[in-house]
Design a protein. Sequence first.
Length: 218
Amino acid sequence: METWEDFVHQSHDLGAALTECVAYQTYDDSDRIKLSDVLASLAFEHSHSARVLLEAGLLPSALVVHRSQFETVLRSLWALYGASDELVAKLCTELTLETEVASKNIPMAAKMMEDLAIKAPPNAYKPLHEFKTHSWGALNSYVHAGIHPIRRHAEGYPLELLVNVMKNVNGLMVVTAMQAAILTGVPNLQRKVLEVANRFPHVLSPVPLSNGSNPSAS
């Protein structure tokens, strides 16, 4: 039977393979494409951080980063499909006190999901919708020190829960790689991303981001 250490190492291998698969330049230098690409890169960074924290057994901290991972890949898709030119410009400008203040009215997760439901391809929107439907409440609890992290920290972290959270992290990483593939404009690169993912079925949920991998599950 596979050990937790093997499971973690294979998750890291999946991350490395996905990152290598989409390591191309973006297909143009427009602000919208560059912004979406930076966000996808940041989502990859969050996925790596979450895996490292899970490997160390630091589940609550991993789930805080995991929520940021979700919001970052969500914003990457929103930047490409849902954001107005004005909002894209606000997020692409140089960071100053004035631009920080100006960017505070950018949409949060609920509004971005609404925009994507209308403007994004269904296959791009669906996994994010599934994830948010089943995991958002528990992730918010971890971010805001609610009952989930309090009880888990007091009572310990079952191995099944660690595995399920890692699968969710890995699933969002595949979504991120699919988004990064689109931004390259390389033909059939999304298919190659799926081929990479298919080499690691044991570290991904059979139904990506399904209710069975809810972080609140014990």
